[in-house]
Design a protein around this ligand. Structure first.
Ligand code: TXA
Ligand code: MG
Length: 330
């Protein structure tokens, strides 16, 4: 089977119970029919992802929210009306149409209407919902190009190529299942935007449950070790590593001085540009470096998500999280 598909071939493969990687505005997803348990098992197998991690369910039409979620509170409807299609995932109580294999046995489901035109075309033509985690090996860097999907998952996984992703970091996840919004993962919608829509401060709970791999201390990690440095000690950290004789990669801003003794990837000076380029820059440095030294941005606006991903990429690798005790129906 050719690795690259068009939309009708992708629909055919999905209807036959296969997996297809497709572009969204955040990152590429690895999709399968959200109502087909055997197809969903193929996602977990392709990613090497533990079955106790729930998937995000994607659909095309904001108006069909109630097909996938029940007891939807007003605050969820306001967020959906304002931000869908877009980089927002709402955690809500699931309806029977969502397979428990997609939610890892949870009674809640992460739902999202993505904004990428090809994702919307695929979802409309498919006519149902697609469960899709980011199309990378579990714990690795999320892919923001079709080539990155192939590098992560190999040539057998068919890919719908929609070019580079415009947002570049995953969706912001907001749990609204009990009517009180809580941010579970910073992402493509800044916290300030969510707070403006709901009209008050929104707390975050981003360090807790191992049910959200995006909340694990170590996640989004390249092969190379990642070391975080402040602008003041950046040069010193790089010199110390070079003295150890390791291959150093540097993730810095556009305005940082030229260097020839290390691999350099520059992130744009604006937050949207930083988010868009982050994973691809880490992926490129990973190909040439043993250690990546990265400067941390502040944590406002989209930089909150960039800071979160870099912090998790730098976390100790034994902090991937252990499986929680088995639950009925998992
Ligand atoms: O931007 C995105 O969200 C991308 C694109 C493909 O849509 N998807 C993505 O999926 O990042 P994934 O599987 O890599 O991350 C989904 C996150 C995980 O941390 C998962 O645990 C959390 O969503 N999640 C899903 N359902 C949940 C639920 N019911 N309760 C809490 N967290 C949930
Ligand atoms: Mg992911």
């Amino acid at each position: 089977m050719p690795a690259d598909l068009d939309v009708s071939e992708a629909v055919e493969a999905l209807r036959a119970g296969g997996v297809v990687a497709f572009p969204t505005e955040t990152v590429y997803g690895l999709g399968a029919d959200a109502g087909d348990e055997a197809a969903l098992r193929r996602i977990f197998a392709a990613k090497g992802r533990p079955a106790w991690h729930p998937l995000i369910v994607h659909f095309a039409d904001v108006a069909s929210l109630d097909e996938w979620a029940r007891d939807v509170p007003d605050v969820a409807r306001s967020l959906a009306a304002a931000l869908w299609p877009g980089p927002l995932t709402l955690v809500l109580r699931r309806t029977e149409r969502v397979s428990r294999a997609a939610t890892a046995g949870l009674e809640t489901v992460g739902l999202r209407v993505p904004a990428h035109p090809l994702a919307l075309e695929l979802l409309s033509a498919f006519g149902g919902a697609l469960a899709a985690p980011s199309a990378n090996r579990f714990g690795g860097l999320s892919p923001t190009t079709a080539a990155a999907v192939r590098a992560e998952l190999g040539p057998e996984v068919p890919v719908l190529d929609g070019g580079p992703c415009a947002v570049g970091v995953e969706s912001t996840i907001v749990d609204v299942s009990d009517g009180v919004p809580t941010i579970l993962r910073p992402g493509g919608v800044p916290r300030e935007v969510i707070e403006r829509i709901v009209g008050h401060d929104v707390p975050s709970r981003t360090g807790g449950s191992v049910r959200s791999p995006g909340q694990l201390p170590s996640h989004y990690a390249p092969r190379a070790r990642v070391v975080l440095a402040s602008p003041d000690d950046f040069g010193g950290v790089v010199e110390a590593l070079l003295a150890e004789g390791v291959a150093v990669g540097v993730l810095c801003s556009e305005s940082a001085p030229e260097r020839t003794d290390v691999s350099v990837e520059r992130l744009p000076n604006d937050p949207a540009g930083r988010a868009r380029r982050l994973f691809e820059a880490l992926r490129r440095l990973d190909a040439s470096s043993d250690v990546i030294v990265a400067a941390l941005p502040y944590d406002d606006g989209l930089d909150w998500a960039v800071r979160d991903r870099l912090t998790r990429a730098a976390a100790p690798r034994d902090a991937m999280g252990a499986a929680p005790p088995p639950r009925a129906g998992c």
